[in-house]
Design a protein around this ligand. Structure first.
Ligand code: AMP
Ligand code: MG
Length: 311
Protein backbone atom coordinates (compact mmCIF):
# COMPACT_ATOMS: atom_id res chain seq x y z
CA UNK A 1 0.00 0.00 0.00
CA UNK A 2 1.23 3.52 -0.86
CA UNK A 3 0.84 6.11 1.89
CA UNK A 4 1.82 9.79 1.90
CA UNK A 5 5.08 10.48 3.73
CA UNK A 6 3.41 12.72 6.30
CA UNK A 7 3.76 12.42 10.09
CA UNK A 8 1.18 9.60 10.25
CA UNK A 9 2.83 7.67 7.40
CA UNK A 10 6.25 7.94 8.97
CA UNK A 11 4.89 6.76 12.34
CA UNK A 12 3.35 3.69 10.69
CA UNK A 13 6.51 2.96 8.74
CA UNK A 14 8.70 3.28 11.83
CA UNK A 15 6.43 0.92 13.79
CA UNK A 16 6.66 -1.69 11.03
CA UNK A 17 10.46 -1.38 10.93
CA UNK A 18 10.74 -1.75 14.70
CA UNK A 19 8.57 -4.87 14.48
CA UNK A 20 11.06 -6.43 12.04
CA UNK A 21 9.04 -5.79 8.88
CA UNK A 22 10.16 -3.98 5.72
CA UNK A 23 9.07 -0.62 4.31
CA UNK A 24 9.89 1.17 1.04
CA UNK A 25 10.83 4.83 1.36
CA UNK A 26 12.16 7.63 -0.84
CA UNK A 27 15.78 8.67 -0.86
CA UNK A 28 17.35 11.33 -3.06
CA UNK A 29 18.87 8.59 -5.29
CA UNK A 30 16.10 5.99 -5.80
CA UNK A 31 13.43 4.40 -3.56
CA UNK A 32 14.89 2.00 -1.00
CA UNK A 33 13.50 -1.17 0.56
CA UNK A 34 14.30 -0.56 4.23
CA UNK A 35 14.83 -3.05 7.03
CA UNK A 36 16.47 -3.04 10.47
CA UNK A 37 20.05 -3.64 9.31
CA UNK A 38 20.86 -5.94 12.23
CA UNK A 39 17.66 -7.97 12.32
CA UNK A 40 18.34 -11.28 10.63
CA UNK A 41 14.65 -11.76 9.93
CA UNK A 42 14.10 -8.31 8.42
CA UNK A 43 17.21 -8.53 6.24
CA UNK A 44 16.19 -12.00 5.06
CA UNK A 45 12.84 -10.55 3.99
CA UNK A 46 14.64 -7.92 1.88
CA UNK A 47 16.60 -10.64 0.06
CA UNK A 48 13.47 -12.73 -0.41
CA UNK A 49 11.26 -9.93 -1.76
CA UNK A 50 13.96 -8.68 -4.13
CA UNK A 51 15.11 -12.17 -5.09
CA UNK A 52 18.57 -10.73 -4.41
CA UNK A 53 21.48 -13.14 -4.46
CA UNK A 54 22.81 -13.71 -0.93
CA UNK A 55 26.36 -12.73 -1.93
CA UNK A 56 25.36 -9.14 -2.66
CA UNK A 57 25.62 -7.10 0.57
CA UNK A 58 23.38 -4.17 1.50
CA UNK A 59 24.08 -0.48 2.11
CA UNK A 60 23.21 0.69 5.62
CA UNK A 61 21.55 4.10 5.98
CA UNK A 62 22.19 6.14 9.12
CA UNK A 63 21.11 9.61 10.26
CA UNK A 64 24.55 11.16 10.80
CA UNK A 65 28.32 10.67 10.77
CA UNK A 66 28.42 9.63 14.43
CA UNK A 67 26.07 6.73 13.71
CA UNK A 68 28.21 5.72 10.72
CA UNK A 69 31.36 5.74 12.83
CA UNK A 70 29.62 3.47 15.34
CA UNK A 71 29.33 0.76 12.68
CA UNK A 72 33.00 0.94 11.71
CA UNK A 73 36.02 -0.78 13.22
CA UNK A 74 38.16 2.03 11.89
CA UNK A 75 36.97 5.37 10.62
CA UNK A 76 39.71 6.66 8.33
CA UNK A 77 40.50 10.34 8.24
CA UNK A 78 39.53 10.48 4.56
CA UNK A 79 36.05 9.21 5.52
CA UNK A 80 35.67 12.22 7.80
CA UNK A 81 36.58 14.62 5.03
CA UNK A 82 34.26 12.89 2.55
CA UNK A 83 31.40 12.85 5.04
CA UNK A 84 31.92 16.54 5.84
CA UNK A 85 31.86 17.39 2.13
CA UNK A 86 29.07 15.12 0.88
CA UNK A 87 26.77 13.88 3.67
CA UNK A 88 23.87 13.88 3.74
CA UNK A 89 24.10 12.86 0.10
CA UNK A 90 24.59 10.19 -2.58
CA UNK A 91 27.99 8.84 -1.50
CA UNK A 92 28.32 5.39 0.12
CA UNK A 93 31.54 4.64 2.01
CA UNK A 94 32.84 1.09 2.48
CA UNK A 95 34.80 0.78 5.75
CA UNK A 96 35.98 -2.05 8.02
CA UNK A 97 33.00 -3.30 10.02
CA UNK A 98 32.93 -3.02 13.82
CA UNK A 99 33.68 -6.45 15.33
CA UNK A 100 30.55 -6.52 17.52
CA UNK A 101 28.24 -6.35 14.50
CA UNK A 102 26.87 -9.34 12.69
CA UNK A 103 27.04 -9.41 8.95
CA UNK A 104 24.58 -7.40 6.88
CA UNK A 105 23.60 -9.87 4.21
CA UNK A 106 26.71 -11.34 2.65
CA UNK A 107 29.79 -11.20 4.85
CA UNK A 108 32.71 -9.14 3.60
CA UNK A 109 34.27 -7.95 6.90
CA UNK A 110 33.34 -4.48 5.73
CA UNK A 111 30.22 -2.37 5.83
CA UNK A 112 28.81 0.11 3.32
CA UNK A 113 27.20 3.19 4.93
CA UNK A 114 25.69 6.48 3.93
CA UNK A 115 23.58 9.35 5.26
CA UNK A 116 20.77 9.96 2.76
CA UNK A 117 19.78 13.53 1.88
CA UNK A 118 16.02 13.01 1.52
CA UNK A 119 14.01 14.65 4.34
CA UNK A 120 11.62 11.67 4.48
CA UNK A 121 14.50 9.19 4.79
CA UNK A 122 16.04 11.26 7.58
CA UNK A 123 12.73 11.60 9.43
CA UNK A 124 12.18 7.85 9.12
CA UNK A 125 15.68 7.06 10.46
CA UNK A 126 15.03 9.34 13.39
CA UNK A 127 11.54 7.93 14.06
CA UNK A 128 12.59 4.27 14.05
CA UNK A 129 15.98 4.76 15.72
CA UNK A 130 17.50 1.92 13.68
CA UNK A 131 20.23 1.78 11.05
CA UNK A 132 18.34 0.79 7.90
CA UNK A 133 19.64 -1.57 5.26
CA UNK A 134 18.00 -0.27 2.11
CA UNK A 135 18.81 -1.58 -1.37
CA UNK A 136 16.79 -0.26 -4.27
CA UNK A 137 13.15 -1.31 -3.92
CA UNK A 138 12.90 -3.49 -7.02
CA UNK A 139 13.38 -7.11 -8.03
CA UNK A 140 17.04 -7.93 -8.38
CA UNK A 141 18.51 -6.97 -11.79
CA UNK A 142 15.46 -4.85 -12.69
CA UNK A 143 15.19 -1.08 -13.13
CA UNK A 144 15.48 0.89 -9.90
CA UNK A 145 12.31 2.70 -8.79
CA UNK A 146 12.22 6.49 -8.83
CA UNK A 147 8.56 6.76 -7.77
CA UNK A 148 6.32 4.99 -5.24
CA UNK A 149 4.31 3.48 -8.13
CA UNK A 150 7.46 1.92 -9.61
CA UNK A 151 8.06 0.18 -6.26
CA UNK A 152 4.63 -1.44 -6.12
CA UNK A 153 4.83 -2.54 -9.75
CA UNK A 154 8.10 -4.37 -9.08
CA UNK A 155 7.39 -5.50 -5.50
CA UNK A 156 3.60 -5.81 -5.03
CA UNK A 157 4.06 -7.57 -1.68
CA UNK A 158 5.82 -4.72 0.13
CA UNK A 159 3.52 -3.94 3.07
CA UNK A 160 4.02 -0.15 2.94
CA UNK A 161 5.53 2.37 0.51
CA UNK A 162 6.06 5.92 1.77
CA UNK A 163 5.35 8.29 -1.13
CA UNK A 164 7.73 11.24 -1.18
CA UNK A 165 7.35 12.09 -4.89
CA UNK A 166 9.92 11.38 -7.61
CA UNK A 167 13.54 10.83 -6.52
CA UNK A 168 15.58 13.90 -7.42
CA UNK A 169 18.86 12.22 -8.49
CA UNK A 170 17.23 9.20 -10.09
CA UNK A 171 20.42 7.13 -10.04
CA UNK A 172 22.07 5.12 -7.25
CA UNK A 173 24.75 6.42 -4.88
CA UNK A 174 28.44 6.36 -5.74
CA UNK A 175 30.15 3.57 -3.75
CA UNK A 176 33.71 4.29 -2.60
CA UNK A 177 35.96 1.86 -0.71
CA UNK A 178 38.08 3.77 1.82
CA UNK A 179 39.65 0.74 3.53
CA UNK A 180 42.88 1.02 1.55
CA UNK A 181 45.57 3.70 1.27
CA UNK A 182 43.89 5.17 -1.83
CA UNK A 183 40.08 5.41 -2.11
CA UNK A 184 38.68 3.09 -4.73
CA UNK A 185 35.52 3.54 -6.77
CA UNK A 186 33.35 0.41 -6.53
CA UNK A 187 30.30 1.76 -8.30
CA UNK A 188 29.99 5.02 -10.24
CA UNK A 189 26.87 6.87 -9.19
CA UNK A 190 25.13 10.14 -8.52
CA UNK A 191 28.16 11.89 -7.00
CA UNK A 192 30.75 12.58 -9.68
CA UNK A 193 34.40 11.56 -9.57
CA UNK A 194 35.55 15.13 -10.12
CA UNK A 195 33.85 16.24 -6.88
CA UNK A 196 35.32 13.27 -4.97
CA UNK A 197 38.85 13.92 -6.24
CA UNK A 198 38.62 17.52 -5.03
CA UNK A 199 38.47 16.05 -1.52
CA UNK A 200 40.61 12.91 -1.78
CA UNK A 201 43.07 13.48 -4.60
CA UNK A 202 43.64 10.24 -6.49
CA UNK A 203 40.79 7.73 -6.78
CA UNK A 204 41.35 4.21 -8.11
CA UNK A 205 38.83 3.04 -10.69
CA UNK A 206 37.23 -0.43 -10.68
CA UNK A 207 39.65 -1.57 -13.38
CA UNK A 208 42.73 -0.53 -11.33
CA UNK A 209 43.10 -3.83 -9.47
CA UNK A 210 46.54 -4.74 -10.74
CA UNK A 211 47.99 -5.67 -7.33
CA UNK A 212 45.17 -8.14 -6.69
CA UNK A 213 44.67 -6.86 -3.14
CA UNK A 214 41.56 -4.83 -3.87
CA UNK A 215 38.21 -6.29 -3.00
CA UNK A 216 35.79 -6.02 -5.90
CA UNK A 217 32.24 -4.88 -5.18
CA UNK A 218 30.19 -8.04 -5.04
CA UNK A 219 27.12 -6.33 -6.47
CA UNK A 220 28.58 -5.26 -9.77
CA UNK A 221 27.19 -8.10 -11.83
CA UNK A 222 27.18 -7.75 -15.56
CA UNK A 223 23.43 -7.67 -16.05
CA UNK A 224 21.58 -5.24 -13.80
CA UNK A 225 19.28 -2.23 -14.03
CA UNK A 226 17.57 -3.95 -16.96
CA UNK A 227 14.05 -3.42 -18.33
CA UNK A 228 12.02 -6.34 -19.74
CA UNK A 229 12.79 -5.21 -23.27
CA UNK A 230 16.20 -5.91 -24.80
CA UNK A 231 18.42 -2.83 -24.62
CA UNK A 232 20.71 -2.14 -27.57
CA UNK A 233 23.28 0.65 -27.30
CA UNK A 234 24.11 2.35 -30.55
CA UNK A 235 26.09 5.39 -31.69
CA UNK A 236 23.46 6.28 -34.29
CA UNK A 237 19.84 5.24 -33.94
CA UNK A 238 18.89 3.64 -37.26
CA UNK A 239 15.38 4.95 -37.91
CA UNK A 240 14.78 2.23 -40.49
CA UNK A 241 14.69 -0.26 -37.58
CA UNK A 242 12.03 1.59 -35.62
CA UNK A 243 8.50 0.22 -35.58
CA UNK A 244 5.88 -0.67 -32.99
CA UNK A 245 8.12 -3.28 -31.39
CA UNK A 246 11.20 -1.05 -31.19
CA UNK A 247 11.42 1.94 -28.86
CA UNK A 248 14.02 4.70 -28.85
CA UNK A 249 15.80 6.42 -25.96
CA UNK A 250 17.96 9.37 -26.93
CA UNK A 251 19.11 12.76 -25.73
CA UNK A 252 18.87 14.46 -29.10
CA UNK A 253 15.85 15.54 -31.07
CA UNK A 254 14.54 12.48 -32.86
CA UNK A 255 11.74 12.43 -35.36
CA UNK A 256 10.37 9.16 -34.01
CA UNK A 257 6.87 8.89 -32.56
CA UNK A 258 7.01 7.62 -28.98
CA UNK A 259 10.77 8.18 -28.64
CA UNK A 260 11.93 9.07 -25.15
CA UNK A 261 14.04 12.20 -25.52
CA UNK A 262 16.03 12.97 -22.38
CA UNK A 263 18.15 15.99 -21.55
CA UNK A 264 21.70 16.32 -22.93
CA UNK A 265 22.74 17.33 -19.40
CA UNK A 266 23.91 14.20 -17.51
CA UNK A 267 22.33 15.20 -14.20
CA UNK A 268 18.92 15.76 -15.82
CA UNK A 269 19.34 12.68 -18.02
CA UNK A 270 20.00 10.52 -14.94
CA UNK A 271 16.95 11.90 -13.15
CA UNK A 272 14.67 10.75 -16.01
CA UNK A 273 16.46 7.59 -17.17
CA UNK A 274 14.71 4.90 -15.10
CA UNK A 275 11.25 6.47 -15.52
CA UNK A 276 11.83 6.51 -19.31
CA UNK A 277 12.85 2.83 -19.27
CA UNK A 278 9.73 2.03 -17.22
CA UNK A 279 7.56 3.89 -19.78
CA UNK A 280 9.14 2.04 -22.71
CA UNK A 281 8.52 -1.27 -20.95
CA UNK A 282 4.91 -0.23 -20.35
CA UNK A 283 4.55 0.56 -24.06
CA UNK A 284 5.33 -3.12 -24.66
CA UNK A 285 8.29 -2.73 -27.02
CA UNK A 286 10.56 -5.76 -27.40
CA UNK A 287 13.71 -3.75 -28.08
CA UNK A 288 14.93 -0.36 -26.89
CA UNK A 289 17.52 1.37 -29.07
CA UNK A 290 19.56 3.66 -26.85
CA UNK A 291 21.81 6.33 -28.27
CA UNK A 292 25.15 5.94 -26.47
CA UNK A 293 25.95 8.94 -24.29
CA UNK A 294 29.34 10.67 -24.68
CA UNK A 295 32.36 8.78 -23.39
CA UNK A 296 33.25 11.38 -20.76
CA UNK A 297 33.57 11.14 -16.98
CA UNK A 298 30.38 13.15 -16.33
CA UNK A 299 28.44 10.37 -18.06
CA UNK A 300 30.29 7.53 -16.28
CA UNK A 301 27.43 6.38 -14.02
CA UNK A 302 24.86 6.58 -16.80
CA UNK A 303 27.09 4.65 -19.21
CA UNK A 304 27.64 2.05 -16.47
CA UNK A 305 23.89 1.56 -15.94
CA UNK A 306 23.09 1.46 -19.67
CA UNK A 307 25.91 -1.02 -20.25
CA UNK A 308 24.50 -3.34 -17.57
CA UNK A 309 20.93 -2.88 -18.85
CA UNK A 310 22.19 -4.01 -22.27
CA UNK A 311 24.28 -6.95 -21.00
P1 AMP B 1 22.09 -1.56 -4.08
O1 AMP B 1 21.79 -1.65 -2.65
O2 AMP B 1 21.35 -2.52 -4.92
O3 AMP B 1 22.03 -0.15 -4.59
O4 AMP B 1 23.62 -1.98 -4.24
C1 AMP B 1 24.55 -1.71 -3.24
C2 AMP B 1 25.91 -1.77 -3.84
O5 AMP B 1 26.86 -1.58 -2.79
C3 AMP B 1 26.20 -3.10 -4.48
O6 AMP B 1 27.02 -2.89 -5.61
C4 AMP B 1 26.95 -3.82 -3.38
O7 AMP B 1 27.76 -4.85 -3.83
C5 AMP B 1 27.74 -2.68 -2.77
N1 AMP B 1 28.11 -2.99 -1.39
C6 AMP B 1 27.32 -3.08 -0.32
N2 AMP B 1 28.03 -3.42 0.78
C7 AMP B 1 29.30 -3.55 0.37
C8 AMP B 1 30.52 -3.90 1.03
N3 AMP B 1 30.54 -4.17 2.33
N4 AMP B 1 31.64 -3.96 0.28
C9 AMP B 1 31.62 -3.67 -1.02
N5 AMP B 1 30.51 -3.33 -1.71
C10 AMP B 1 29.37 -3.28 -1.02
MG1 MG C 1 19.64 -2.13 -6.82
Amino acid sequence: MIVPADAGGIRRAAALLRAGSVVAFPTETVYGLGADAFSEKAVAEVYRLKNRPSWNPLIVHVPDVAAARGLAREWPEVADRLAAAFWPGPLTLVVERAPHLTQVGADTGTIAVRVPAHPVALRLLEACGLPLAAPSANRSEGISPTTAEHVLRSLPDVPLVLDGGPASWGIESTVLDVTGPVPRLLRPGALGLREIREVTGKVLLPEDVADGSARPSPGMSKRHYAPRATVVLTDEVDLALVDGTVGVLTYETADVPGAEILSADPREYAADLYAALHRLDDAGVATILVKSPPDTEEWLAIRDRLGRAAA
